[in-house]
Design a binder for this molecule. Structure first.
Ligand SMILES: *Cc1c(COP(=O)(O)O)cnc(C)c1O
Length: 496
């Protein structure tokens, strides 16, 4: 399996190259030359396997320059019991035709761990395969969860250095605390004055700066990315769609072959895109529901075919979805335009220069046949948390609640009662103050994030993730905040 750029201007590359580089030289994203398919019997057989072996089955289809044994070593290390517990991704049945896939049982309590615990293993092996001798510098722009998950994945990994930028006023207290206390001799964390899009733009500019990268290469450094633009971030996410499906079959909630909907709280479009690839690979999926908060640029795009980032940016209680430029949409566009790289490059250029682009009607029809977009405001999000806890004693975080409510809207509008799986992307404790605010008869305990953890535990009896509790005792190691136009300087100072 070889990889091409969505903008068509690079040579074919192995997966090891695609993972080491992160972003293609023409500014595009790496995509597999064709999407592999799996036989129904092979999918069915996954039901009897542990998560790690399900992962080997899927990864083998894409990372063909890795041996089965190598992949097994990578996934066994990534999803080890001391990091994820006995079942890395439990599927919890909440009512007759709805289940929640809990993707946050990893070290940082957000779904990013699913990919970022595996990526360092894939990357260090990829570097060996490609003969990379420079130190790989991972640059991360984060809306909160990626930063910590990447730090946790890469801390003290030989041959790598990691630098994280987060919007200093745009993440939750716990998220910030997780990042600024990160240990490891190869890690640096900066707050920036600006929002996530500013951070992402800054990182993209650094990647695109040829003079800088040449200078750093002379000093023994190569940039790569742990954002979901990196193929090594995306491919591990395909696995849990298969896993959820076969778990639903094994639990007797659906018959093998029945179609299901997946509902995905979406920001950068990485998670839901992995679901789309799973469908193309042969997983029986009816619709992919793309749930947004008030930053509803994707809902508008799916409904109208116009992607327009020229709009007000809202800071919401689901901050990991506060995004106006969803990078991975580029990969979807590549597929639905029948791999027309020139067309995709044109869209991206217009997005950059004018802030808006429009796709043709026939392409829009294809998008709409696979995806349904819905957005959910702050009040609805809180209402859903309180109501679902009241009705089913199931406690959701704010991102998951956006997805749950979007599913209700979809069912109301379409009368489609297909069995649906809601992807739960964070532990409710990661956003404890908002969750407390949403629960009937409960109140946030005040400004102290740890008081809120204790209060939510008192109200619900749900266990606090032990690593989150332990943050209280850790010293702050990174407290520098910089203007968003000084990111490049910060990187240079840090490395040279
Ligand atoms: C990153 C994140 C999302 C959005 O996922 P994308 O792959 O960026 O669409 C949703 N919820 C949480 C909690 C996240 O951390």
């Amino acid at each position: 399996m070889l990889y091409v750029s969505t903008r068509g201007k690079t040579d074919l590359m192995s997966s090891a190259h695609a993972i080491t580089r992160g972003l293609a030289d023409d500014g595009g994203l790496f995509v597999p030359q064709r999407i592999p398919t799996m036989r129904p019997s092979d999918i069915k057989a996954m039901g009897k396997k542990p998560y790690t072996e399900r992962a080997v089955d899927v990864l083998l289809q894409y990372l063909t320059d890795f041996s089965e044994e190598e992949l097994r070593e990578c996934v066994n290390a990534a999803y080890a019991k001391d990091k994820f517990g006995d079942n890395p991704v439990p599927l919890v049945q909440v009512n007759d035709n709805t289940a929640v896939l809990e993707l946050w049982h990893g070290p940082t309590s957000a779904f990013k761990d699913m990919a970022l615990q595996l990526l360092p293993h894939l990357l260090t092996r990829s570097m060996k395969k490609t003969g990379e001798t420079n130190k790989v510098v991972i640059l991360v722009a984060t809306s909160g969860d990626t930063g910590k998950a990447a730090l946790e994945g890469f801390a003290d990994v030989e041959g790598t250095q990691i630098i994280v930028f987060y919007p200093s006023e745009g993440v939750s207290d716990i998220q910030k605390r997780q990042m600024i206390t990160q240990m490891g001799k190869n890690v640096t964390v900066f707050g920036i004055e600006g929002n996530f899009d500013d951070a992402q733009r800054g990182v993209k500019e650094i990647f695109g700066n040829k003079v800088l990268s040449d200078e750093l290469a002379k000093n023994g450094f190569t940039f790569s990315s742990a954002n979901s633009i990196n193929w090594g971030r995306l491919v591990p996410q395909i696995v849990y769609y298969f896993s959820a499906y076969v778990d639903a079959v094994c639990a007797g909630n659906i018959q093998f072959g029945d179609k299901v909907n997946f509902v995905v709280p979406t920001g950068n479009f990485g998670d839901i895109l992995a679901g789309y690839y799973a469908k193309l690979m042969g997983l029986p999926v009816e619709r992919l529901l793309c749930a947004s908060n008030s930053n509803k640029v994707l809902t508008d795009f799916i409904n109208s075919g116009t992607y327009d980032k020229r709009r007000e940016f809202f800071k919401t209680i689901s901050p990991s979805m506060d995004i106006l430029v969803s990078s991975n949409l580029e990969r979807l566009l590549y597929n639905v335009t029948d791999e027309d790289a020139n067309l995709v490059a044109g869209y991206m250029k217009r997005l950059n220069t004018e802030g808006v682009y429009q796709i043709d009607n026939d392409i829009l029809k294809r998008v709409q046949s696979e995806f349904f977009g819905a957005w959910v405001d702050e009040l609805e999000t809180k209402e859903a948390i309180g109501r679902i806890y009241g009705d089913y004693k199931y406690l959701m975080d704010t991102h998951t609640a956006v997805a749950w409510r979007a599913l209700e809207k979809y069912r109301f509008l379409t009368s489609d009662e297909t069995y649906s799986i809601v992807l739960s992307t964070a532990s409710p404790y990661k956003f404890a103050d908002s969750v407390l605010d949403a629960l009937e008869d409960a109140q946030p305990a005040g400004a102290d994030p740890f008081a809120n953890l204790a209060e939510l535990n008192k109200q619900t009896g749900v266990e606090i993730p032990p690593r989150m509790l332990a943050l209280q005792e850790l010293p702050v190691l990174h407290n520098e905040v910089i203007p968003s136009d000084k990111m490049e300087l910060a990187v240079v100072k840090n490395l040279l």
